[in-house]
Ligand binder design. Structure first.
Ligand SMILES: C[S@@+](CC[C@H](N)C(=O)[O-])C[C@H]1O[C@@H](n2cnc3c(N)ncnc32)[C@H](O)[C@@H]1O
Length: 334
């Protein structure tokens, strides 16, 4: 699929728009990184605040977001103020090394997860509300789609993914349903999967939460290796920042938020090894290397959207913004 399929259609309302960029304390002439370009809302504000002598580097693994931004920001790209990188943000430090920007960045922002474009365009295969091919890859040029995973994985692996990344208590039952059904009719579309779950898992329609919600989240997180990407970002972002630089992350579900919180507290020296939750994918080596405090917390509690923001953009409702400021040079932790 190319961006020509959706001309100018990368629609997304930026969450915590002003708050998440202001927290980076952007100064004229500084260098900022937007790890999640999406529809370009945060990138546009960064460009405005760093002014004509500043620079912004923006990542997205979705070529459609990149192609859309090439048109929207053509002047900033030709003047060298904006550099677009089509790559996962887990490669932050290696990509910034190529640009000779290690230790020179004043702020890194990641507004993680999927965009409204992903959820609204049926062909991207993320949504059970809009029927489309069961894909769910942000970068459709590589990796396994959700349909391919469900066609070939064992029942145990499917159950584990649904439990681990969707926190779905009925993961085993749903995995069994999936495996029984795929033998006669392989899953091709999002609706086939959503309808199967809705027909067999007890749910109250009044609860507003579709019974396939957790399974869809789990498949999406798994197919895009979202927690692995976030972990790489949290490990490498401190090394690209200058002293005083800020790392800000917006998360949308508890798995991402827990990983971000623990990693940030560890960087600030506020988490002891014994108090780390067991399900956080940090190795002992990571924790040992993070035992020194190299950062300070900017806000002790995460910032949430205001009621007004949630009213005008309900997708913002679960957003949490956390940020830390680097207080000493930090080597790359991989
Ligand atoms: C919530 S949207 C960002 C919206 C953006 N802040 C704005 O103002 O329009 C998330 C974007 O990040 C991208 N993304 C998610 N995970 C990524 C990763 N690991 N590497 C690079 N891009 C990623 C998605 O493709 C999507 O376009």
């Amino acid at each position: 699929m190319t961006s020509d399929s959706f001309p100018n259609s990368y629609q997304h309302v930026s969450v915590l728009f002003r708050e998440s960029v202001d927290i980076l304390s952007p100064e004229a002439g500084s260098i900022l990184v937007d790890c999640t370009l999406g529809g370009g809302g945060h990138t546009a504000l960064m460009l405005e605040l760093v002014g004509p002598t500043g620079r912004v580097v923006a990542f997205d693994r979705d070529i459609i977001a990149i192609d859309n931004a090439k048109v929207r920001f053509s002047k900033d790209i030709s003047s060298g103020r904006l550099i677009l990188i089509h790559s996962p943000f887990g490669e932050l430090s290696s990509q910034l090394k190529k640009l000779d920007l290690i230790g020179r960045v004043s702020g890194v922002l990641a507004d993680i997860g999927v965009s409204s474009h992903h959820l609204d365009i049926a062909a991207r295969g993320f949504s059970f509300m809009n029927d489309g091919p069961l894909d769910m890859r942000m970068d459709q040029s590589q990796g396994e789609s959700a349909a391919e995973f469900l066609a070939s994985a064992t029942e145990q692996d499917i159950a584990d993914v649904i439990f681990k990344f969707g926190e779905e208590p009925k993961s085993r039952f749903i995995a069994k349903l999936i495996c029984e059904r795929r033998d006669t009719s392989p899953f091709k579309t999002t609706k086939q999967l959503a309808d199967l779950i809705a027909s067999k898992v007890f749910w109250k329609e009044a609860s507003r939460k579709h019974p396939a919600t957790r399974t869809f989240q789990a498949l999406r997180v798994y197919v895009n290796n979202e927690l692995g990407e976030l972990k790489s970002l949290l490990n490498s972002a401190p090394s690209v920042l200058r002293i005083g630089g800020v790392l800000a992350i917006i998360t949308f579900h508890s798995l991402e938020d827990r990983l971000t919180k623990v990693s940030m507290l560890t960087l600030t020296g506020k988490t002891k090894r014994q108090s780390l939750p067991r399900d956080i994918p940090l190795t002992s080596a990571d924790i040992d290397r993070l035992s020194e405090s190299v950062a300070e917390v900017i806000k002790p509690f995460p910032q949430m959207p205001t009621e007004n923001e949630v009213r005008s953009n309900p997708r913002a409702r679960s957003a949490k913004l956390r940020a830390i400021r680097l207080t000493m040079e930090c080597p790359i932790i991989v």
